[in-house]
Write a protein that binds this ligand. Sequence first.
Ligand code: SF4
Ligand code: FES
Length: 255
Amino acid sequence: MITHNTEHATATRSNPKQAPSEFTLNGKPTPFSPGQSILEAAINNGTYIPHLCFNPKVTAHGSCRLCIVNVNGRTLSACTTPAEPGLKVDSNTDTLQQQRLRITQMLFTEGNHYCPTCEWSGNCQLQAVAYDLGMTNNHYPMQYPKRTLDTSHPHILLDQDRCIHCGLCERAGRELDNKHLFSLSGRGIHSYLTITSDDGSLKTSTIDAKDNAAHICPVGALLLKDDAYHTPIGQRLYDTDAISVIGNCRPEDQS
Ligand code: SF4
Ligand code: FES
């Protein structure tokens, strides 16, 4: 059961005049509002489906594939599949969990994630999902891609080693901040987050520490410098609660 998950409140877009429709999620009748995705309906009803590239503040993208569910026998991403009356959805089968584990292991091996030295350890959704899926090894060989670190901005840093190319910062910039701050290019190990600025650095981009884009990263890639080690390791978000219990919310969203 999700307790203090801000995704819940944000994902609810119900029309009080309209009787809720229902679909079946893991054998349970699940009401939804018109326009909601399966993932939004699941969150609103307290069912956790692992996800990384979804945030209710921006348009769903469907790229990380962590939120895969079985919908009437087909495997689809829950964040981009509209909820419809009568759908039979399973989100928690052994096969789906195994597929999610492999996707997560791939994310770890395609980047350079050193959790013990990462400032975002304990708040990181990738780390939390890995724990929740019971990940104990990488399964795939490490790729050790050569990536860059941009510390040029006075208040924000971008560590590409940890970027999982979820595109949330790009969408938050475009949809919420009305700025073209980032774009994604390449595929797989060659994926790269490009900064929109004259010289390709954060310093000459138009990003501001108050921008939604600067606060939405689910991992320790795009970080606020001034906030570092605000909460000690051991007392952070997922140090105390599993992501399957509290969902994907930022520390500042916690009540
Ligand atoms: S910097 Fe963060 S939010 Fe942006 S694409 Fe990378 S992981 Fe996603
Ligand atoms: S959260 Fe649905 S594909 Fe990433």
